[in-house]
Write a protein that binds this ligand. Structure first.
Ligand code: PLP
Length: 413
């Protein structure tokens, strides 16, 4: 079939989105004022837990209910430190999901361990407790991403393993699983504050934990001796107070003040996004579109970083579906690269160039057979960008264009 694009971007005669993607400036007056204030104070680097750093960390203990929050200069640094904190190491791998950002895999190398890939659930982008329970081999920890904002089943994962679980909450700021915030379920929670995330400091990360030992171990990896001197209490860690362990993981004050202001606006953005998703779902249902959404039950709250949906009929030609949707200006974004299949993960000699410890571990490259649900999701799952301001008209257009494009793609192939 040949398409001729019409002026509004859809295929001739087919519904397409004509309204622009609804957005406001990423950083508003509050962020700007906060930045100017610290500029005028003349301190952009905080070697200890100064007031700006403390305000951000306190905001994250409030958000999650965890006892401690520790700031970092990236989400990746927080993952490295959390994995070290919970005792990941060469003696056992760290269970990871392939459906995540690559840092949540490579941070495992940084922590001196190696990734062990585990499949996701059939109808969600998150680690499957069932697959975890049946995974062969020995591990030292589990790293569970709340992928695309959908809270992972933390209670079921905890029942499937006795090992510490680190939550990667980088897609899920403000999310709640069964009445309890993400970042408070596992041994530690990690939040990226990179600019694309729903709370941004430009760059940055925060680790939450209610375990004093995890907190102090994480501190030693990349925080300044002045902070270590003041905060380390455990006899086993006091020797590190003079020097730390040599990484440089502190968050710049500018990032901290921006993220603190961003966090204040999060509830309003979440509320608008929820309403937009509800509009979308209503209109899709009225078209009987073959589309479902991962279940977020009524005691849980999703976070926002793209919104996953599942095509319920077999997608034989994912590229054609993608083309149809993008021609109709439906705001979809690609899934991540297939990390399980990149050279770094498939060729242990390549990874060992950077991580010599790998040669002395039981690392084996991920196998496709072990990841059946993940590879099915790579065909059937789409990630939609939902506006974070009220946008009912836009959502109606998206749903209409989407229902039509999905219908045509499935009947063509
Ligand atoms: C963004 C992200 C990270 C890495 O965070 P940075 O702040 O970019 O280092 C880790 N995990 C997930 C799931 C992410 O989305």
């Amino acid at each position: 079939m040949t398409d001729s694009a019409d002026p509004v971007g859809g295929s001739a005669g087919q519904p397409a989105v004509t309204l622009p993607f609804p957005r406001t400036a990423k950083y508003g007056a509050a962020e700007t004022e906060a930045v100017l204030a610290v500029m005028q104070e003349g301190h952009l680097s905080d070697i200890d837990r100064g007031p700006r750093i403390a305000a951000l960390e306190d905001a994250f203990t409030t958000l999650t209910g965890a006892q401690h929050a520790l700031s970092f200069n990236s989400g990746t640094a927080s993952l490295h430190s959390a994995l070290h904190g919970v005792g990941a190491g060469a003696h056992g791998g760290v269970v990871v999901s392939p459906m995540t950002w690559v840092s949540a895999i490579t941070a495992v190398f940084q922590a001196g361990s190696y990734p062990v890939f585990c499949d996701i659930e059939p109808a969600s982008p998150n680690l499957s407790a069932d697959s975890l329970a049946h995974l062969p081999g020995t591990y030292s920890a589990v790293l569970a991403t709340h992928a695309w904002g959908i809270p992972a089943r933390m209670d079921e994962l905890a029942s499937a393993t006795a090992l510490p679980i680190v939550e990667d909450c980088s897609h899920a700021h403000g999310a709640v699983y069964r009445g309890r915030p993400v970042g408070s379920w596992g041994a530690a929670g990690c939040f990226s504050l990179q600019e694309s995330k729903s709370v941004s400091g430009g760059e940055g990360g925060v680790m939450t934990t209610s375990n004093r030992q995890v907190y102090e171990r994480a501190l030693t990896l990349g925080h300044h001796p002045q902070r270590l001197q003041r905060e380390l209490t455990l006899a086993s860690l006091r020797p590190m107070a003079a020097s730390g362990a040599a990484y440089k993981y502190r968050m710049p004050v500018l990032s901290a003040v921006v993220a603190t202001e961003q966090l204040r606006g999060l509830p309003a953005r979440m509320k608008a996004a929820e309403a937009n998703l509800a509009t979308l779902r209503e209109v899709l249902a009225s078209f009987d579109a073959p589309i479902t959404f991962p279940v977020v039950d009524e005691t849980s709250v999703r976070g926002w970083y793209g919104t996953p949906l599942i095509i319920t009929l077999p997608v034989h030609d994912p590229q054609q579906l993608w083309d149809r949707l993008t021609q109709a200006k439906v705001p979809i974004r690609p899934l991540y690269e297939d990390w399980a299949n990149v050279p770094l993960l498939q060729h242990p000699d390549l990874a060992a160039r950077y991580w010599p410890h790998l040669a002395h571990t039981a690392y084996t490259p991920p196998s496709r057979q072990m990841l059946a649900n993940y590879y099915r999701a790579r065909r059937q799952m789409l990630i939609l960008k939902i506006p974070h301001i009220p946008a009912p008209d836009y959502m109606e257009q998206v749903a209409t264009a989407m229902a039509s494009a999905v219908h045509r793609a499935l009947s063509d192939s």
